[in-house]
Design a protein. Structure first.
Lengths: 503, 333
C-alpha cells in the first residue's frame, strides 16, 4: 500500500520528473493547437529522442504532451474555428461563436477548467476501475463496434444545423472519402484509380485540415471589411457557481469520454461528438442556443476528450493493447525501453501503472496553470488583421498536413478539400458531418464485415445475436431510441396515442 | 535528464554547423530512413531500437520517417523513386515479397539491394485460454468436425494469418471463417474477448498474453520447440508435412536502391552487420521474442528468394492466390 502511494507521488516529489511533465504539458498545448501537428507524431518523435533516457523520464514527458495536446486543439477551434485535432471538432461549434461575441477569453478559461475536470475524472476512473473496464472493452464484439458506429452516425442529426438532408449528404460524402484506399479484407484498391499514393487511403486529418483550415480561411475572405471583434479579457476564470452549475453535465460527459476512450479504435474524437450530442439532448435551457455560443456546448466535448485520455490508458496498462493511436506509440516506447507491455505489466512492474496515474493527475494540474496563462495574449489573435491571419493559417495547414505522413500528395488533397469545403460552406453544408462520416464510415465497414464473417455471412444469425447478447441488445435499443427521437415518428406516435388514451 | 536534452540539442546544432565536409565521404549529410509502417508497430519498434547502433557504426545521422499505408506499398515505392545515392534507406518487413502475386505492385525486394536481413519473428497459433482445443491436432479435428464454423482472426490478404492458413491448407485442410482485423492489436483484443476462436500471431505480439494465461499457444510454427515458449509443441508434431516450408517467419530488413554505388553499399552493409551484432540490440531482439539473422550479400539474397518461393507456392497450392508464381518470375522451391 505504501509502495503504491510512493509510486503515485513519484512524479510529484521528483523535481526532474515534475519539470519534464510541465515541459511536456506546455509543449503539448502548442503542438495540439496547430492543426496537423498531432500528439501521435510528437510522441513518436520523442520515442527515438528519449531512447537513452530512463523510462520514467520518457513517460513523464509523453504524459504531459498527451494531456496538453488533447486540450490544445480547443485553442484554435475557439479562436479561429479551426480545430487543432479531430477531438476538438465539436469544441468549435459553440466556441467560435463565443469568440465572435468577444468572449474568446472566457471560452478558453471555461474550456481549460472543464478539460482539467474531465482529465481528473478520467484519471480517477483509470485508478479505481481499470481492470473492470478493461474487461468491459473485451466484451465488445465486432457487431457491437458496428452498433457504436451506427449510433455515432446518427449524431448527424444534431450536427447539421438547418437541413438534415444536407447533413446526411455531408456524412455520406465523408464516409465515401473514408473508404478510399486498400480494402482491408481483400487488399484490392477502392476508388484509387490505379494510383499507388491512394492505396493508403485519405487520412481524416488531411480531410479535417482542408475542410476546416483552408475552407475557413477562404471563407473569411468574404468579410475582410467587417470590423474586428474587440475581445473582453477580464473575468477569464469561470466563477465557482458556474463550474458547480455545469458539474452534473461534466460528470456525465466525462463518463461518456472514458467509456468511448477505452474502446480500441474509437477515441476522443467520437467521444467529444457524442458528448456534444448528449448535452444538446439533455440540457433544456442552455446559456445561449446550441451552435450560437452555449457554454454547455463547450463543456461537453472538452470534458469528454480529456476524460478519454484516461480511458485510452486502461487497455494499454491492463492488457498491453492500445486504446488509441497515441497509446499504441507509448506501447512501442515501453518495448524499446525493454519493458513488456501486457497483462503482466501490472504484476511485474506495478510502478508503471501508479506512476502513470500520478503523472496524469500532475499533468492536469499543470494544464490548469499553463492553460490559464497567456489567455489575454491568445484572445488577441482574433483581433489580428485578416491580411496576416489568413496567410498564416494557410501556411500552418500545409506544414501540418505534410507532417502527417511526409507526403506532398496529401498536401494537394488537403488544398483540394479546402476548395471543396469552401464551396459546400457557401451552399450551407456543415463540415462536422463530413468528418463524422470519414471517421465512422471505415469503422462501420470493417466492423460490419467482421460481424458478418463471424456468423458465416448469415444475416439471420447476426440479427439473432443483436437481440440475444445483453451488450448488443443495450446498444441496439439505444440506437433505435436515438433514431426514433430524431425522426418525426415519435411525435406522430405520441399524437396517435394521446387521443386513444383519453377515450 | 534535461541536461541530456539540452546536450543533444546543442550537439545537433554543432553537427549542423560542422556539416561542411572536409572531404566528401559518405555519409556527408543525414540519411533518410523510411519505415513503411506506422509508429508503435513491430517494424517501427525494431528499427527505432536498431538505428542508434547503426548511427554509431556509420558515424552519421538517420532521420526516421514513417510512411505507412497500403501494406507498405507507399513507403517502399517512395524509396524506389529516390536517387540511388545511399541517402534513402528502406527499413521494411516481408510484405513486398508478396506484392506481385497479390497484384499490389509490380516490384519486390529483388528491385532493391539488401543491406541486412536483420531478424525474423517466430509464429505461434494462439487461442483463447478457455478454447476447447489444446494443440494443433485438436484444432484441425475441430475444424474438420464442423467445417467453416471456427472463426480465425486475420489481417487481410497477404497478412501473416492468411499466409499461415494457406500453408496449412497446402498440406492439410483447415476450413474456417476468416474475420479480418486492422492489425494484430484489434485481433488479439477480439481473441481475448472470445469473439474469434484462434489466430496465428507473431511471438512478439502474443508472448506476454500467453505468459499471463489470457491466451494459450496451440503450436509454434517451427520444427522444434522455442525456448521462449517451453512446452508448446512444434507444428510438425501434428502436421509433419508442413516441414517442407520451414523454417519460416516474417522478417525485417534494411534495403537501398539497387543502383547505389558499391562503396556506399559496402559501408552500409558493414555498419548494419556490426549494429545488429551489438549485444545490446541482440538483447532487445531476444526480449522482443524475435530471432536474429544478420544476413548480408549473397546470403541475404538467397534468403529473400527462398522466402518468396516457399510462401507464394504454398499460397498458390492452397488456392489463396490466383496468379501462378512462375508467371511473375518466382521459381518453385
Amino acid at each position: 500500500m505504501s509502495e503504491t502511494f510512493s509510486y503515485l507521488l513519484m512524479a510529484w516529489s521528483d523535481p526532474n520528473l515534475m519539470l519534464l511533465t510541465a515541459l511536456g504539458t506546455f509543449a503539448g498545448i502548442y503542438i495540439g493547437a496547430i492543426p496537423g501537428l498531432s500528439v501521435t507524431m510528437a510522441v513518436s518523435i520523442l520515442v527515438s529522442f528519449t531512447f537513452a533516457w530512463d523510462v520514467n523520464d520518457a513517460l513523464a514527458l509523453i504524459v504531459g504532451i498527451f494531456i496538453g495536446g488533447v486540450y490544445g486543439g480547443s485553442r484554435s477551434a475557439i479562436l479561429l474555428n479551426i480545430p487543432g485535432a479531430p477531438s476538438s471538432v465539436a469544441t468549435a461549434f459553440d466556441g467560435y461563436p463565443l469568440a465572435q461575441q468577444g468572449e474568446a477569453g472566457r471560452a478558453i478559461g471555461l474550456s481549460t477548467v472543464m478539460s482539467v475536470i474531465g482529465g481528473l475524472i478520467g484519471t480517477l476512473v483509470l485508478a479505481s476501475a481499470a481492470p473492470v473496464i478493461g474487461d468491459l472493452a473485451l466484451r465488445f464484439a465486432p457487431r457491437d463496434y458496428f452498433l457504436v458506429a451506427a449510433i455515432g452516425l446518427l449524431l448527424v442529426g444534431s450536427l447539421s444545423e438547418g437541413s438534415l438532408a444536407k447533413g446526411i449528404f455531408a456524412a455520406a460524402l465523408g464516409a465515401v472519402i473514408g473508404l478510399v484506399g486498400m480494402d482491408p479484407v481483400t487488399a484490392q484498391g477502392r476508388f484509387t484509380m490505379g494510383q499507388t499514393e491512394l492505396m493508403g487511403g485519405i487520412h481524416y486529418v488531411v480531410l479535417m485540415i482542408g475542410l476546416f483550415g483552408v475552407a475557413e480561411a477562404l471563407y473569411q475572405l468574404h468579410n475582410l471589411d467587417s470590423p474586428v471583434v474587440r475581445q473582453k479579457v477580464d473575468k477569464i476564470l469561470p466563477s465557482v457557481a458556474m463550474v458547480l452549475k455545469f458539474l452534473p453535465l461534466s460528470i456525465r460527459t466525462s463518463l461518456i469520454g472514458v467509456i468511448v476512450g477505452v474502446l480500441p479504435g474509437v477515441g476522443g474524437d467520437i467521444a467529444a461528438l457524442m458528448a456534444y450530442d448528449h448535452a444538446k439532448r439533455t440540457v433544456k435551457n442552455p446559456t445561449q442556443p446550441f451552435g450560437k455560443g452555449a457554454y454547455e456546448g463547450l463543456v461537453a466535448p472538452e470534458t469528454a476528450n480529456s476524460a478519454a485520455v484516461g480511458g485510452a490508458y486502461v487497455p494499454m496498462l491492463t492488457l498491453g493493447m492500445p486504446g488509441d493511436a497515441v497509446t499504441a506509440v507509448i506501447i512501442g516506447a515501453l518495448v524499446v525501453h525493454g519493458l513488456n507491455p501486457g497483462p503482466m505489466l501490472m504484476v511485474e512492474n506495478p510502478h508503471i501503472f501508479w506512476f502513470t496515474v500520478g503523472n496524469l493527475a500532475l499533468a492536469n494540474i499543470f494544464l490548469l496553470v499553463f492553460g490559464l496563462m497567456g489567455i489575454k495574449l491568445f484572445a488577441k489573435i482574433v483581433e489580428l488583421p485578416k491580411a496576416i491571419l489568413i496567410p498564416l493559417i494557410l501556411v500552418l495547414c500545409v506544414v501540418g498536413t505534410y507532417s502527417v505522413n511526409s507526403s506532398m500528395t496529401e498536401v494537394f488533397w488537403m488544398l483540394g478539400f479546402g476548395v471543396l469545403g469552401y464551396v459546400l460552406k457557401i451552399f450551407g453544408f456543415q463540415m462536422g458531418p463530413i468528418i463524422l462520416g470519414a471517421i465512422l464510415g471505415p469503422l462501420m465497414d470493417t466492423s460490419y464485415r467482421q460481424a458478418m464473417s463471424s456468423v458465416g455471412d448469415n444475416p439471420v444469425e447476426l440479427f439473432g445475436e443483436l437481440l440475444s447478447s445483453p451488450l448488443s441488445l443495450i446498444l441496439t435499443s439505444a440506437m433505435l431510441l436515438i433514431l426514433l427521437s430524431n425522426t418525426p415518428l415519435l411525435g406522430w406516435l405520441k399524437g396517435r396515442l394521446r387521443p386513444a388514451s383519453s377515450n | 535528464m534535461l541536461k541530456t536534452l539540452f546536450a543533444s540539442a546543442a550537439l545537433s546544432l554543432s553537427a549542423l554547423t560542422l556539416a561542411l565536409p572536409a572531404h566528401a565521404e559518405y555519409p556527408e549529410r543525414s540519411i533518410q530512413a523510411v519505415i513503411p509502417w506506422g509508429p508503435g508497430g513491430a517494424t517501427d519498434n525494431v528499427m527505432r531500437s536498431l538505428t542508434p547502433y547503426v548511427e554509431k557504426e556509420l558515424g552519421g545521422k538517420f532521420i526516421l520517417n514513417n510512411r505507412p499505408g497500403g501494406t507498405a506499398v507507399i513507403g517502399s515505392s517512395y524509396v524506389m523513386q529516390q536517387r540511388a545515392n545511399g541517402y534513402t534507406v528502406l527499413l521494411g518487413a516481408e510484405n513486398p515479397q508478396l506484392y506481385k502475386v497479390l497484384k499490389l505492385a509490380d516490384f519486390d525486394y529483388s528491385d532493391f539491394y539488401p543491406v541486412n536481413i536483420i531478424g525474423q519473428n517466430v509464429v505461434v497459433i494462439a487461442a483463447n485460454a478457455d478454447a476447447p482445443f489444446n494443440n494443433m491436432a485438436e484444432l484441425l479435428a475441430a475444424s474438420k468436425a464442423n467445417p467453416d464454423t471456427l472463426r480465425m482472426g486475420s489481417t487481410g490478404a497477404g497478412g501473416l494469418p492468411s499466409t499461415i492458413s494457406a500453408m496449412i491448407n497446402a498440406v492439410d485442410e483447415l476450413k474456417v471463417r476468416e474475420v479480418t482485423f486492422g492489425g494484430d492489436g484489434p485481433g488479439i483484443t477480439a481473441l481475448m474477448g472470445k469473439h474469434i476462436d484462434f489466430m496465428p500471431l507473431s511471438l512478439a505480439a502474443a508472448r506476454e498474453l500467453v505468459r499471463s494465461g489470457k491466451l494459450k499457444a496451440l503450436a509454434v510454427f517451427a520444427t522444434e520447440e522455442t525456448p521462449e515458449l517451453p512446452g508448446v509443441e512444434p507444428i510438425t508434431k501434428s502436421l509433419p508435412a508442413i516441414a517442407e516450408y520451414l523454417p519460416w517467419g516474417p522478417f525485417w530488413g534494411a534495403f537501398v536502391h539497387k543502383d547505389t554505388p558499391d562503396d556506399i553499399k559496402q559501408k552500409l552493409v558493414d555498419a548494419y552487420a556490426k549494429a545488429v551484432a551489438n549485444p545490446e540490440f541482440q538483447g532487445f531482439l531476444k526480449n522482443f521474442g524475435a530471432q536474429s539473422l544478420n544476413l548480408q550479400g549473397a546470403e541475404a539474397e538467397e534468403f529473400l528468394k527462398r522466402w518468396q518461393s516457399v510462401t507464394t507456392w504454398s499460397m498458390y497450392k492452397a488456392k489463396a492466390i490466383e496468379i501462378a508464381p512462375d508467371s511473375v518470375g518466382i521459381a518453385k522451391p
